[in-house]
Write a protein that binds this ligand. Sequence first.
Ligand code: BDR
Ligand code: CA
Length: 324
Amino acid sequence: MMPLQVLIDVDTGVDDALALAFAVLHPAINLRAVTCVAGNASLDDVYRNTRAVLAVAGAATVPVARGASRPLIAAPRDAAHVHGRNGLAGLELDVPEERASDVHAVELMRQQILASPTPPVLIALAPLTNVALLIRMYPEVAARLERIVFMGGSASVGNATPVAEFNTWADPEAAAIVVESGIPTMMYGLDVFYSAAVSADDVAALESSSRPVAQLCAKLFRHLAVKDAGQKRIPAGTIAALGDAGTVCSVVDPEGLTTRRFPVSVCTDGSRSRGQTIVDRRSHRGESELNGASLGQPVDVALQVDAGRYAELYRRTILGTLES
Ligand code: BDR
Ligand code: CA
């Protein structure tokens, strides 16, 4: 069976790094390119971290391009409190010498979409600035995507604010452009983001592997375990969320995820609700719609995840034991 043609947009980031390692190593994915955007860390840190992690995973030749260094409208904000000052838990990894790509991220996305033998899946694990720019600059090319799968938003509570998730809060206008684009879209939000998580045994198995990429993932999970310790967000018996990596797991194993299609819109006004993804779960139209308000575009919203299934999928993929 032909592997899925995949583009990934990242703000590497500890969990973005875990996601990249999985995408490189899973046989069902052909990782065509990785694009970088400011978010968890500065664009320079994201670009450096991304190239270093791909090299450890054995994918130093995958094209990597730099994109937006700040959101479309919102003021730049980072998540250094989660990911560390350099965006990668303070780990200092070697970065490949050769340049990865001389074009802007949006141009690399455009090139790779046009060159792909089948419509690619664009997995976005960061603020959606690059993806929004692609949609605005090359709508006819963006329309050739099979779908956009983005880690972001929430049908329930937020993390960056009481109601908004970090990626949609960091660039609400970009998120609005994406969910309103009409491109088939799946939202892997906070309703599942922390539910898929690894256990101490999973991390110990990675740690005892001779594979450098497995040892790197173990270090990254150990970093997240400190952040997740004591939080009620991850399931009992686990120590660290898969986070962004769960998004990529759901692309290769959609059976592990429960989604439902709802109208989704993004709040770009109002100070306290800015960045909130408004998931309309009503079964009827309300007075606002009857008076002309838009319902929002239909988006497949992830509501539940088989946490143990993705933890095992992740561990086996990184250890190279999928077939055993
Ligand atoms: C998102 O925020 C970032 O810190 C993570 O990398 C993830 O993409 C979760 O809200
Ligand atoms: Ca991310």
